[in-house]
Write a protein that binds this ligand. Sequence first.
Ligand code: CP
Ligand code: NVA
Length: 308
Amino acid sequence: MKPLRHILTLSDLEVEELKSILKTASKLKADYKQGKHEKLLDGKVLGMIFEKMSLRTRVSFEAGIFQLGGTAMLLEDKHIGLGSRESVKDVSRVLSSMVDCVVFRAKRHEVVEEFASYSSVPVINALTDKSHPCQALADVLTIKEEFGSLENIKIAWIGDSNNVSASLVEIAAMLGLHIVISSPEGYRFSQEEIATLTQQRQPGFELEFIDNPKDAVSDAHVVYTDVWVSMGEEAEKQERLERFASYQVNAELMKNARKDAIFLHCLPARRGLEVTDDVIDSPQSRVVAEAENRMHAQKGLLVWLLQD
Ligand code: CP
Ligand code: NVA
């Protein structure tokens, strides 16, 4: 029996484990592109709980496990009533008896933690209000493919200090990357959050906070943004749109990055707000490759977690 592991944040992995997952992901992607579909997870079943909307996460897990010989079932919250029809504890214990792994997109990170504490099968965080570890795996895979290596790479994050940027800071620390965060006042990580995210920092890791987006993207290999209003923050919409207005990634801003810089966005994007069409549709944009890499990255993670 494999020891039970949950991936609720990237800090649940050791640095070497993270590197090994990324390596497996790249290999599985290369195999897949050559038409090789080894059934490494034959007969394995994923239960996928989604309390929020999703395109990429759901499809990439479902397609990924299928390619590996397994299957997935979608458990929408409106059907299972997690915490309302039935306690988190009971849902977790029952699912553990029938599936090999649970993929969980939750409104509150604490609920995934509670769920995992009762689960006897691995639980993977498929996005919470605090983190999005699977996204960061795909992001570094995309960056490595583009630049051939992750050494001396500078990432500029423009926008909200949110779930996606939290996992990006975490993976940057673990892989020794340089990351610059440019967020408006009131939307920045606390010292405590930064300390938690950078616990496993490796040589080469550098974290800067630069308020002016133009200065933040200077010399950056990667310019990355996300929505200004994440799922669950709709009540703050008006205030956020005003506060983030000068943090738009547009063609003018991209001119300040390296000539060979790429643009990333976890998607879905609000075109015309955090990013303009002329950037997201430009030759510098890698957003579709990044989305595709969700599937390859998660296949690496699933094989690492579940292969007998
Ligand atoms: N990037 C991402 O997680 O997309 P979905 O919300 O569509 O799954
Ligand atoms: N920050 C966004 C990411 C969506 C993939 C959200 O939480 O809505």
